[in-house]
Design a protein around this ligand. Sequence first.
Ligand code: FES
Length: 77
Amino acid sequence: FLPKKKKQRDCLINLKIQKENPKVVNEIDIEDLRSTNVCYCRCWRSKTFPVCDKSHIKHNELTGDNVGPLILKKKIL
Ligand code: FES
């Protein structure tokens, strides 16, 4: 039996991004997107967070997880 706090610590998703902040929030103005496709990290392992750097591939290999980025696509009108 593990104390409740220990169990919750073992379930951390964010291991090192902006740990000085009580909550990590990223705001992206869609109008500012420069390229037609932008990938945002959802695995919390990217060294360029919040932008995906493909670290999810290694994370998935090591853990058996299946996470991937959020891809925003901008239509060219
Ligand atoms: Fe996190 Fe790609 S690096 S989703």
